[in-house]
Design a protein around this ligand. Sequence first.
Ligand code: AMP
Ligand code: MG
Length: 399
Amino acid sequence: MRSVEEARDAILATARPTRSEILPLDRCAGRVPAARRVVAAVDVPPFDNSAMDGYALRAADAPGDLPLVGEVAAGAGALAELPAGSAVRIMTGAPMPPGADAVAPLEVVTEADGRVRVPATEHGAHVRPAGGDTRAGDIVELPAAPLSPAGVAVLASLGVGEVEVHRRPRVAILSTGDELVAPGEQLVPGQIYDANSFSLAAAVLEAGGVPVELPRAPDDEEEIEAILAAAAGEADVVVASGGVSVGRYDHVRSVLERAGRLDFWRIRVQPGKPLAFGSIHERPVIGLPGNPVSALVTFELFVRPLLRAMLGLAGAGRVVLRAEAGERIGKDLERRAYLRVVVRPAEAGGYVAAAAGGQSSNQLRPLAVGNALLVVPEGEAAAEHGSTYDAILIGELGA
Ligand code: AMP
Ligand code: MG
């Protein structure tokens, strides 16, 4: 059985970055730029302009009582030179008239009868010089991350109207199991609602991919093979759930073995020991355990980093805190465990973790209630009260 790290490395070794596509800037928020370095084509700001509402003047004329010879608003172009010994009213963002080299803010000036009394004003005061933020030709480095609102603003301010971004990986999602029924339908005895089609689609979106939903598959080897083969043709990755264990009807693993390639299928982790990784028609296939808690936790550990690697991003993109267990959590753990917890800031500083509910892997609600996975190392039977562990934040950190 592989460790989490060994399995993740093996999966990441197969990751190929997606091709790129060019999108208009208004569709680039949250997308990952294919090139992190942008050469500025213009100065930002493009011209000397006023940082304040006030009066533009020549610093050498202040202090003084100067005639007001006009007004410049934002957007004004082709300005006449400011005559020596005079001032113009100027608005924030308006271009400095040629000759003017300082701005006296409104608050320190008295204006009366077409004249202004200005105090001593330093050369350059309240002027934002052309190129003061970025110079044409500068290399603007974007972080290796999805474009943030501020990143979009930087590109817009540089006049960039289109961006080459990584295509979002298409992830085919297949739920297997004769017992599964779509939410909204009536259950008959023996059936349960299919949670994984929905949870995994949501997790794919959250990781930056595009979910491609496949028809639910019965526990039938031929049908699973046909769906997996078709999915491999139209998706970058196939994520199946269910049917990877040692039961009689666990066909995903055998389909990979027979019709594709099975690289490994067990991991020293709980929840989630049975996890099949391989390929079909050269497309990576990850067979997650069917149990909805195991499916989401293993998605977090293995699929999310894979999708991010395809987007050119490193790691899982999660904050990992050190949190003290506020109680004993879990019991009889046999492998590296990811417990469902609520992490909060502790009064004395640091963070404290409490169980988000029961820790059996069939108990789904604690995963939704919790905001973190508490990592208990292999060899420990539980998270011990007072001990400190890594906590992977998968939700919001409340108060
Ligand atoms: P399996 O991995 O197919 O042996 O399934 C393990 C457990 O997860 C069984 O109790 C299944 O009924 C359940 N399960 C499998 N797939 C899903 C699903 N899509 N939604 C909810 N439960 C599931
Ligand atoms: Mg099953």
